[in-house]
Design a protein around this ligand. Structure first.
Ligand code: UD1
Length: 429
């Protein structure tokens, strides 16, 4: 039975919340376990559906996966398959990243194309061009990528036409298990790329320049295991900060590096809140009213596209005309129509959302379409007067560990209910 989230809004959030490990760092690292027969151990792993799906995918390829609390151990003694089916890749787009590791270790791979998505087309041409530069022979037929490297992949110079996060992960992983020097230019600079590079170095490859747009990988014939503590989730941090801002609250968010927020820190500096920063925390105090801003997304360190979605929700209660431009995914304003049902005044024209405020938000039944879109509705519902019901709440389970518990600890009136009214799990209002 599906569940929905019920929120009684209008309560200023107050207190401290610690973010979980970063989903977008866990997934590539778990996939990197395919590069070695030794054990890889991960700490501070969030309990999320995307993590379980990745574990399932790795098991289908020959991995032994052991999960206890926030620790996961993965060991792949040998690959027992080199195929990732459509059902797995469809459930989780990051599954496509197994292509490079399978090719590097098994010299062959068959991986379904991820296909379109609610936030945009999401092609994989940059991944395929990069692996082809490394000598892979690739054919795409019937929606499946068939790739072989009969003599193994070769170290190469790989230039990415756009700093795709996934393609950077993919090529870096493949290069780590390919003897010789691979140079990746036009690389993504996101903190999750640096985190993966650190793990690959622990496994025995040498990597320089992760975090810049030129990454040099000295690959090895074989790699060792690794023990990694996950970095904190910067997108989850942004979610709690913007919820505090929109609800007129005061919240300290800890367990992550504020510098990982990139240009979002500048945006926070402009929206009319007080900020205090520590080595692994950021505290936001509302000053009574948010101010409108102009912002544009882009590859790190520019404003993260995932944060755009959360920001627009918070800006709907800011005074003035905000303008937010989306430059990473062409279709990432799908959630706006639901925000407008709660009273937000937002007009989208091509890549730009114009937000007029402050809108008087009122609780409403709304439907989530993806992870961050769902979180945007939570932010708006916390700021709105009255009761909101957010349907298709399963999207939140993909990216937020214990979202209700964390918000409740900040004073929010939030609970999960099953769609059947006779049988509810929790009443928060
Ligand atoms: C990752 C994140 C996602 C985030 C995104 C951008 C994970 C699990 N997901 O997704 O949350 O929103 O980075 O920061 O880490 N592109 C191509 N061809 C390619 C690859 C990408 O045209 O071969 C385009 C995409 O369509 C998109 C842009 O490049 O317009 C960025 O995509 P990319 O950085 O690859 O996103 P993901 O790695 O899928």
């Amino acid at each position: 039975m599906s569940e929905y989230i019920e929120i009684c809004g209008g309560v200023p959030l107050n207190g401290e919340v610690r973010v979980s490990g970063a989903k977008n760092a866990v997934l590539p690292m778990m996939i990197a376990s395919l590069l070695t027969s030794e054990e890889c151990e991960f700490e501070n792993v969030p309990v999320l559906r995307d993590v379980s799906i990745t574990a399932h995918l790795l098991e289908s390829l020959g991995a032994q996966v052991e999960q206890v609390g926030d620790r996961i151990k993965v060991r792949v003694p040998s690959l027992n398959a080199t195929e990732a089916s459509y059902s797995l890749v469809k459930a989780l787009r990051a599954s496509f990243w197994v292509l490079g590791p399978l090719l590097a270790r098994g010299r062959a791979a068959r991986v379904a194309l991820p296909g379109g998505d609610i936030i945009g087309a999401r092609p994989v041409d940059i991944h395929l061009a990069g692996l082809a530069r490394m000598g892979a022979e690739i054919q795409v037929k019937h929606g499946i990528v068939y790739a072989i490297a009969p003599r193994g992949l070769q170290a190469a110079k790989v230039d990415l036409r756009f700093p795709s996060v996934g393609a950077t992960h993919q090529i870096m992983m493949a290069a780590a298990l390919t003897p010789g020097e691979t140079v990746i230019t036009g690389a993504a600079r996101e903190p999750e790329v640096s985190a993966l590079a650190k793990m690959l170095c622990q496994m025995g490859s040498e990597i320089e320049g992760a975090g810049s747009s030129r990454i040099v990988v000295q690959g090895r014939e074989s790699l060792d295991g690794a023990k990694v503590r996950m970095i904190g989730d910067r997108i989850e941090a942004a979610t709690y900060l913007l919820a505090a801002a929109a609800s007129d609250g005061k919240v300290r968010v800890s367990g992550f590096l504020p510098s990982d927020l990139g240009a979002f820190l500048d945006v926070l500096g402009e929206i009319g809140v007080d900020l205090e920063q520590g080595p692994d925390w950021l505290e936001l105090r509302s000053t009574g009213e948010l101010r409108a801003v102009h912002a544009a997304t882009g590859p790190f360190p520019e404003l993260a596209t995932d944060i755009q979605v959360l920001l627009v929700a918070a800006l709907s209660v800011a005074r003035g005309e905000s303008r937010v431009e989306e430059n990473v995914f062409e279709g990432r304003f799908g959630y706006v129509a639901e925000l407008c049902r709660m009273g937000a005044q937002i007009k989208v024209k091509e890549r730009v959302a114009c937000i007029s405020g402050p809108a008087k938000l009122t609780g409403a039944p709304v439907e989530a379409m993806d992870i961050r879109g769902a979180a945007a509705l939570v932010i708006a519902a916390l700021a709105a007067e009255g009761i909101s019901r957010i349907y298709e709440a399963h999207h939140l389970r993909r990216g937020y560990a214990d979202l209700e518990g964390k918000f409740r600890a900040l004073g929010a009136r939030i609970g999960t209910k099953l769609v059947d009214p006779e049988d509810y799990a929790f009443t928060g209002c």
